[in-house]
Design a protein around this ligand. Structure first.
Ligand SMILES: C[S@@+](CC[C@H](N)C(=O)[O-])C[C@H]1O[C@@H](n2cnc3c(N)ncnc32)[C@H](O)[C@@H]1O
Length: 231
């Protein structure tokens, strides 16, 4: 019998974090407008979801959605599909989408590993953004890290040719692991020899995120990896 690999080790632990009234209100009232329900048997039709054929960027682990909404505001000719599992963050981003009338952002409130694998058509995505994924610092937890060769191969299947994967972390050993995994995927190549240079004109603009500020506050360095699907 053919063995099918299912990712059972999760890259997150669902915390029951404090949720504000505003976030809960947004979850109760706006989820049906801007959240796409998870359905393992359904591939998404982006043209009908967004009502246009603009390029699709997927952000995995958007946190409080600060980067998502700022990029969406700045790039109205791009569509952003944002994925996270953390209810307060989903509520926060829903509130911003609604109050700022952002028509180019949708959310899937579910494990991105499953969403990408089951709901995203092959060859349909222009870019993946993975900003400050949980570092899982202890060696015995490395297997929970989102960036591994199996997941990267899935991301590449979903990319259009010329599409990119943009990963950022402030954990040096995870940054090197990202480089190793991304360089090990034959269909990807980077315009940079190692991490992306500062001030380059290749990598898309992004705002500083909440976790980036936390890292910088304790003196950490930010490592950016940028790879393009070449075949
Ligand atoms: C360290 S936070 C970074 C948040 C944000 N990108 C930032 O830079 O401030 C990592 C986020 O990834 C989310 N996350 C982890 N694994 C995930 C998964 N498999 N699917 C969706 N979200 C995930 C967590 O819930 C959390 O919000």
């Amino acid at each position: 019998m053919e063995e099918v690999f299912h990712r059972t080790i999760k890259s997150f632990v669902l915390r029951s974090g404090r949720i504000t009234k505003l976030q809960q209100h947004a979850l109760d009232n706006y989820a049906q407008l801007y959240c796409i329900p998870y359905d393992a048997d359904k591939k998404l039709d982006f043209a009908s979801i967004f009502g246009n054929s603009s390029p699709i960027v997927i952000e995995i682990g958007f946190g409080d959605g600060e980067a998502t909404y700022q990029m969406a505001e700045r790039n109205p000719d791009m569509n952003y599909l944002a994925m996270d599992v953390y209810p307060p963050g989903v509520g926060a981003l829903l509130d911003v989408i609604h109050t700022k009338h952002l028509s180019n952002v949708r959310i899937v409130h579910h494990d991105a590993a499953e969403v990408v694998e089951n709901m995203i058509p092959d060859g349909s995505v222009s870019g993946f953004h993975i900003f400050f994924p949980d570092p899982w610092q202890k060696k015995r937890h490395y297997k929970r890290r989102l960036i591994n060769s199996t997941f990267v191969a899935t991301l590449v299947n979903k990319l259009k040719e010329g599409g990119y994967i943009y990963c950022v972390t402030d954990w040096e050993d995870y940054a090197h692991q990202m480089q190793e995994v991304l360089r090990g995927e034959k269909r990807l190549s980077s315009p940079f020899e190692g991490f992306a240079d500062k001030g380059n004109e290749i990598v898309p603009w992004r705002p500083q995120t909440k976790f980036e500020r936390k890292g910088l506050a304790v003196g950490r360095t930010i490592f950016e990896s940028y790879f393009v699907k070449t075949c």
